[in-house]
Write a protein that binds this ligand. Structure first.
Ligand SMILES: O=C(O)[C@H](O)[C@@H](O)[C@H](O)[C@H](O)COP(=O)(O)O
Length: 231
């Protein structure tokens, strides 16, 4: 297992700007090479400045397919919706032309919505060019949480998406499976703060993926991983 390429910044804003530029470069290379670029984005707090910076980059956004790494099973106008985050940060200005494929559908809950989401996700341009991951201080990534009853399924299924009920975090989730996350050309990971850096270092030191699911990305050699680390 090769150590990820690490981009270290004292300042989170500088890390976000650098990450946005790197994403833009990879998307541009993908469009030049294959006429289309696919990216899956995580939700939460960390991506917000990255997505705002990315939305202003001069890309052929009409050839970019944007989707989610995971979603909270709430209405798209709910404050906790990752779709809402994407629409109000990235899909503005020129980036409005990008094709967005949401995870949330009209099913009453994530489990009922998984089959339709799987059909929608099969149509994405796999392997995706970029999967942008975050990480919780418990070592979760996407919505693959330690102690979740669906974790084993998420780590082993051939399906691209599955429904999960986090042990502690709010809302049912839809999440990319581990197999879908590594069906990509680049995995980018954002780590902010000392607590997450310590978990990242522990993940690299070895141990089970069940203990720290972020290891599904860090402890594999199929997809190159780059990590943006800031204080
Ligand atoms: O929907 C989500 O919450 C994310 O996809 C999740 O996996 C996130 O990446 C981590 O929880 C880190 O979140 P923060 O960036 O807010 O710390």
């Amino acid at each position: 297992m090769s150590r990820p390429v690490e981009h270290v910044f004292a300042d989170g804003a500088a890390a976000a700007q650098n990450l946005a530029r790197r994403i833009g470069a990879v998307l541009g290379e993908a469009i030049a090479a294959r006429g289309v670029a696919g990216i899956a984005l995580s939700g939460g707090r960390s991506p917000r400045p990255v997505l705002k910076a990315l939305s202003g980059l001069p890309l052929d956004w009409g050839e970019v397919v944007v989707t989610l790494v995971d979603e909270r099973w709430v209405a798209p106008d709910h404050a906790d919706s990752n779709e809402k985050l994407i629409r109000e940060t990235l899909l503005t200005g020129a980036a409005t032309k990008a094709r967005f494929v949401p995870m949330k559908n009209d099913a009453a809950d994530a489990y009922a919505g998984a089959a339709a989401c799987e059909v929608a996700f099969e149509a994405l341009p796999w392997p995706l060019d970029i999967v942008l991951l975050g990480m919780g201080e418990d070592g979760h990534t996407a919505s693959l949480f330690p102690q979740a009853k669906e974790l084993a399924e998420g780590l082993s299924t051939q399906a691209r998406v599955l429904a999960v009920t986090p042990p502690a975090a709010p809302h049912q989730r839809m999440t990319l499976s581990a197999g879908a996350i590594v069906d990509s050309r680049h995995i980018f990971l954002q780590i902010g703060g000392a607590a997450k850096k310590a978990v990242y270092d522990r993940a690299l030191a070895g141990g089970s993926v069940e203990e720290l699911p972020i290891r599904l990305a860090l402890c594999q050699d199929k997809v190159p991983v780059e990590v943006w680390i800031s204080d």
